[in-house]
Design a protein around this ligand. Sequence first.
Ligand SMILES: *[C@@H]1O[C@H](CO)[C@@H](O)[C@H](O)[C@H]1NC(C)=O
Ligand SMILES: *[C@@H]1O[C@H](CO)[C@@H](O)[C@H](O)[C@H]1NC(C)=O
Ligand SMILES: *[C@@H]1O[C@H](CO)[C@@H](O)[C@H](O)[C@H]1NC(C)=O
Ligand SMILES: *[C@@H]1O[C@H](CO)[C@@H](O)[C@H](O)[C@H]1NC(C)=O
Ligand SMILES: *[C@@H]1O[C@H](CO)[C@@H](O)[C@H](O)[C@H]1NC(C)=O
Ligand SMILES: *[C@@H]1O[C@H](CO)[C@@H](O)[C@H](O)[C@H]1NC(C)=O
Length: 166
Amino acid sequence: MAILAQAPLSVLTMASLPFYALSLFFSLCVLLVSPTHSLTCTSQKFTGNKSYSNCTDLPNLNSYLHYTYNSTNSSLSVAFIASPAKPGGWIGWGINPNDTGMAGAQVILALKSSKGAPEVKTYNLVSYSDIREEKLSFDVWDLSAETNATSGEFTIFASVKVPRKS
Ligand SMILES: *[C@@H]1O[C@H](CO)[C@@H](O)[C@H](O)[C@H]1NC(C)=O
Ligand SMILES: *[C@@H]1O[C@H](CO)[C@@H](O)[C@H](O)[C@H]1NC(C)=O
Ligand SMILES: *[C@@H]1O[C@H](CO)[C@@H](O)[C@H](O)[C@H]1NC(C)=O
Ligand SMILES: *[C@@H]1O[C@H](CO)[C@@H](O)[C@H](O)[C@H]1NC(C)=O
Ligand SMILES: *[C@@H]1O[C@H](CO)[C@@H](O)[C@H](O)[C@H]1NC(C)=O
Ligand SMILES: *[C@@H]1O[C@H](CO)[C@@H](O)[C@H](O)[C@H]1NC(C)=O
């Protein structure tokens, strides 16, 4: 996990719009090096043969991160599960490739849409007051989201190229 430790990543979870109300922040690096105990995430299953080698219960908002890191091509496959703060709300997570703060974070959101599956959008948080819906600054593929009608939880699936620093 040395590569991840060298490329600061932050995970942010967001309770409700507007974006500048976002406040919950912690570092994925820390999560990656400090395994948690009595995990809820280990009992979570995915449909469609998806599986991840690692998971962690995030300390807020009943959210969970499942991930597989592939060091051959430095890619990270992630499933992020969380409950929207309000019914019909949204969830999101982000990576900040440059810094551990919020500014510069590359964010993936799942929003409830009128169709069945939630809509996935990507944002660049240039600053707290300048949030742009645009492509992320690194490669991302296999983006999708789904909801669990029973629990109300959303799941965002994504694979990202982790910026490798030499
Ligand atoms: C992820 O899981 C793999 C395989 O179980 C393990 O070797 C690795 O140490 C785990 N990584 C982290 C950061 O927990
Ligand atoms: C799941 O994996 C099994 C065995 O590899 C395969 O037969 C099946 O088609 C896969 N299902 C999906 C939904 O990908
Ligand atoms: C990691 O990525 C390489 C290159 O794409 C691929 O050959 C390999 O099968 C991947 N490993 C896993 C565990 O998915
Ligand atoms: C890296 O490997 C994963 C797993 O094999 C694959 O899904 C993905 O397309 C590869 N990514 C790149 C950027 O080559
Ligand atoms: C990160 O830093 C690089 C080099 O300084 C810059 O080109 C890039 O725009 C920055 N990315 C973000 C998301 O701020
Ligand atoms: C949906 O949520 C319920 C209640 O938490 C859980 O028992 C079930 O396994 C979930 N279904 C899927 C497909 O994750």
